[in-house]
Each structure stands twice: as structure tokens, then as C-alpha cells.
Design a protein around this ligand. Structure first.
Ligand SMILES: Nc1ncnc2c1ncn2[C@@H]1O[C@H](COP(=O)(O)OP(=O)(O)O)[C@@H](O)[C@H]1O
Ligand SMILES: [Mg+2]
Length: 449
């Protein structure tokens, strides 16, 4: 022991450990007495090196005690950490706010704002556990919940503070963590079951838009003969062929263009299709000013899972006037930005993009490449086929009146959007004869556009 090099430590080392040594030595147990004895009889201890050696030894012994109690703590207690970037984070907060046995003094409010179709809005408040400590009792076990906000770290994707929730319970109750997460997930998914979640962009990230909507049924959108079936078959076929794409090293994506006049059911059809496929839908409107090329690219590469992408009014990217800064055109997605975004989508899952436009003549032929737009279909004003189907949808079983209505539309020979047709039927709810009588008014509908 005497030849150990530790004894020749520098003065700096000696001074840093000496307080430990002195405090340790002050309570003299058998070890202390033994050390006293050694010190007296060993010349090394006359020098500072001896003191340092002693200090090191005691420090090791002390940290041993600390480690032992940590070990004990770890044996009995188990933590679960949920970070705010994880999907289960909001599920858990929601679960917690519904949990009846909580003792918390810190609550946060989470407000959801819903804009209804008719333009009215309503607001809902949920009280979720705020930052701080909370205790709950779950299935007989006590669980401590700590919600922390990191002041320094910011989630770069959305600029919100980075948060962590830590659940702590006894080791023997650790299986409860899984049960809680399953329960929380169950509640979260139940609220969207049979519904379509609509996401829109909020700065650089996707946010849910309002509450999940009840799925719109596909047959409720009446397109011209065979169009709906054609699209659905194509999408389903594409979804089955992931292996074909990966075997050939082709990006697994497909683009659809629905073009035609407004009010023909393009948006409604895509939403109904998402519901039919059990997908959510992410909507970006290129004619709205806040999108930039970078943002479009980022959003398209960071889509929530199981979502269709809907790019509305893509002709806005081909508007040459906006680049010259003329008033009224703020959109800053450019043609090349759109192409880059379409080409750049890399996803392990299939990437399905729907695009709509009322002005196909503005689009550039470069869009019509495989992987950009693979399927293009015209969705036009109401045909007689659609008139008949829609009439019977609103007035089931009224075959005779339906025939008269179709004949009248034929004679009128006007172009009417399916949206206008729907307007007439809604106005004459349950009154097919009156709808027939009022069919003439459709002649003037175009004036309202
Ligand atoms: N073909 C259609 N079948 C059923 N409803 C339609 C149809 N076309 C339009 N509508 C109705 O008209 C409104 C506008 O339709 P929308 O899907 O937004 O048209 P677009 O996107 O082609 O402009 C919606 O309320 C929709 O229900
Ligand atoms: Mg639309």
C-alpha cells in the first residue's frame, strides 16, 4: 500500500478531498481508531499525501452508501417517462383529466375551438394536470405524476416548450403503467372511431382541425357514372402493391388530380374516400397565403400516419402574377416548390396525394409525370345521371317525380353544379313536388356565383 502512487498526489488534489476526510474522521468508529493508529505509526501520514489517501478511501466508502440506497430505491420504485413529442403524451393528459381519484392543485386548461360548418363556433375546456406533482390512486396503487416543463428546451417542430411527464410507482405495481397507457389510448381512439380526423397546417406542423367529423359515406357523394368506382379501385390496387414498388426501388407514392368547376363534390369525395379507407386527411390550401415552399416540403414529409394528403387549388402555384407581388396574390408556393415537394415525399408507408383545381388550364405539363399525378379525372357539373341519383337520395322511392324532374332538367338544358342541385333539394326538404316545380330557378343559379 505504501508504494501506491496516489500518495504523491498534488496539493490541489489534497485540498479537494480533505473536507470529506475531516468530516468522516470526526465520528470515530472502530475504523477511525484503526486509522488513527496507522497514521501515528506511518511516516507517510505526516505528509499531505497520507491525508489524501485517507480522504479517497472514505469518499469511496460514502458513495458506496449512497449507491446502496439508490439501488434500494430503484429496486422498489419504478418510473415511466412520457415526453411531449410522443403520441401517448396527450392521450395520457386526457386520461388523467378524466381520472376520478386525483389529488392535484395544479391544473392547466386545454381549449379546443370548433368551427362548425355553418360558421358558428363553440369552445370546450378540458382541465388537464398542470406542471407540478400529482398523486392518483389507480387500482389500489398510488402513483405519483410529475409534469415538468423544460424552460430551455423547445420542441423545434412547433415551438412549444418541451415537456415530460414522469409516473412513479412501486416496482410491484409496474404493470399498471401498461394498463394506464392502454386505457388512455383506448379512450383517445374511441373518440375518433368512425370519424375522420382533419389536419391542417399550423405554421410548420399539422394540427387537428376542430373535432373529428363523422365519416361521410361515399354514396352520399354522387359523381358521374363510374368515376367514383374508378378512383377507389385504383387507390385500393395501389395500396396492395407496396412490395411491387419496393422490389423495383420506386418511391411508393401516387398522385390524383380532380379537376373541374367549383361545387362539383371534389373535396367532399376525397373526404368520403378517406373515411371509406379508414384514413385521416391532411388538407393544405395552396391559395392561402401562409404556405411557403419550405413549409410545404416539411409538412409533406411529416404527415400524421394513415393520412391522405389533399392539396387544394394547386393552380395557385402556377400563378405568375404573385411572383411579381401584385396585390391579392400572397401565395408563395412556387411551381418548382410544388414539384420538389411531390418528388421529395419519402415515406415507408404509401403516400397518397390528392390535388384539386378549378383551373386545369393553368397547370404545367410537368405535373403529369408518374409519382406526381398518376391519375387525372374530370369532376364536372351535374349530368342527368347525377340529377337522377341525387333526386332519389333526397326523395327515396319517388320514382315518378324523379323521372319528371330529370326530363325537366333535360329540357332546361342548363349547367348546374351538384352543389346547387343539393341547395334546391335542401330548400325543399321532403317536398319533391315543390322541388320539381322550382327546377326553373336553377336557370338563374349561375348568377349567384
Ligand atoms: N357530387 C356531389 N354529391 C353530393 N354532394 C355534393 C356534390 N357536389 C357538391 N356537393 C355538395 O356541395 C357542397 C360543396 O361541395 P365540395 O365538395 O366542396 O365541392 P368542390 O370541392 O368540388 O368545390 C358540399 O356541401 C357537398 O356536400
Ligand atoms: Mg373543394
Amino acid at each position: 500500500m505504501s508504494d501506491t502512487p496516489i500518495g504523491s498526489g498534488s496539493a490541489e488534489n489534497t485540498s479537494s478531498v480533505s473536507p470529506v476526510a475531516s468530516s468522516g474522521v470526526s465520528q470515530k468508529g472502530p475504523l477511525g481508531k484503526f486509522l488513527d493508529n496507522v497514521m501515528e505509526n506511518n511516516p507517510y501520514f505526516a505528509a499531505g499525501g497520507g491525508l489524501m489517501l485517507l480522504g479517497t478511501g472514505l469518499a469511496v466508502a460514502r458513495s458506496g452508501v449512497v449507491r446502496a440506497s439508490n439501488l434500494l430505491y430503484r429496486q422498489m420504485i419504478v418510473d415511466l417517462e412520457i415526453q411531449s413529442k410522443d403520441k401517448s403524451y396527450s392521450w395520457f393528459l386526457q386520461w388523467m383529466s378524466n381520472h376520478p381519484h386525483r389529488i392535484s392543485k395544479h391544473l392547466s386548461v386545454r381549449t379546443t375551438y370548433i368551427q362548425h360548418d355553418n360558421g358558428s363556433a363553440s369552445t370546450k375546456f378540458a382541465l388537464v394536470p398542470g406542471p407540478g406533482n400529482h398523486w392518483i390512486r389507480y387500482k389500489g396503487a398510488y402513483i405519483k405524476i410529475k409534469r415538468e416543463r423544460s424552460g430551455k428546451m423547445i420542441d423545434i417542430t412547433n415551438g412549444s416548450p418541451y415537456e415530460i411527464v414522469t409516473l412513479t410507482t412501486l416496482w410491484r405495481d409496474r404493470h399498471l403503467f401498461n394498463e394506464i397507457l392502454d386505457e388512455a389510448k383506448g379512450i383517445a381512439l374511441k373518440s375518433t372511431e368512425g370519424k375522420t380526423v382533419i389536419y391542417t397546417s399550423f405554421g410548420p406542423e399539422w394540427r387537428k382541425f376542430g373535432q373529428p367529423k363523422a365519416k361521410r359515406s361515399l354514396p352520399s357523394v354522387v359523381l358521374d357514372e363510374g368515376i367514383s368506382r374508378g378512383i377507389i379501385e385504383d387507390v385500393r390496387d395501389f395500396m396492395k402493391n407496396g412490395k411491387w414498388y419496393s422490389d423495383r426501388g420506386i418511391p411508393y407514392r401516387r398522385g390524383y388530380l380532380l379537376y373541374g368547376p367549383p361545387g362539383s363534390g371534389k373535396t367532399s369525395f376525397i373526404q368520403a374516400l378517406a373515411g371509406e379507407l379508414d384514413y385521416n386527411i391532411c388538407i393544405l390550401n395552396l391559395s392561402e397565403g401562409h404556405l411557403t415552399d419550405d413549409r410545404l416540403n416539411h409538412l409533406m414529409n411529416n404527415m400524421p400516419e394513415r393520412s391522405l394528403l389533399l392539396l387544394e387549388d394547386i393552380d395557385a402555384a402556377f400563378n405568375t402574377r404573385k411572383q411579381s407581388g401584385e396585390h391579392g396574390f400572397h401565395s408563395s408556393v412556387t411551381f418548382s416548390g410544388l414539384l420538389n415537394a411531390l418528388d421529395g415525399v419519402t415515406s415507408s408507408e404509401e403516400a397518397i396525394t390528392f390535388m384539386t383545381t378549378n383551373h386545369p388550364e393553368k397547370l404545367d405539363a410537368a405535373l403529369m409525370r408518374p409519382g406526381r399525378i398518376d391519375y387525372k379525372v374530370y369532376i364536372g357539373d351535374a349530368t342527368l345521371y347525377q340529377v337522377e341519383k341525387m333526386f332519389l337520395k333526397f326523395y327515396p322511392g319517388e320514382f315518378e317525380l324523379c323521372k319528371q324532374f330529370v326530363d325537366k332538367m333535360h329540357d332546361l338544358d342548363v349547367t348546374v353544379s351538384t352543389a346547387h342541385l343539393q341547395g334546391l333539394f335542401v330548400m325543399n326538404k321532403d317536398q319533391p313536388a315543390k322541388a320539381l316545380y322550382m327546377a326553373d330557378t336553377l336557370r338563374n343559379q349561375n348568377n349567384f356565383l
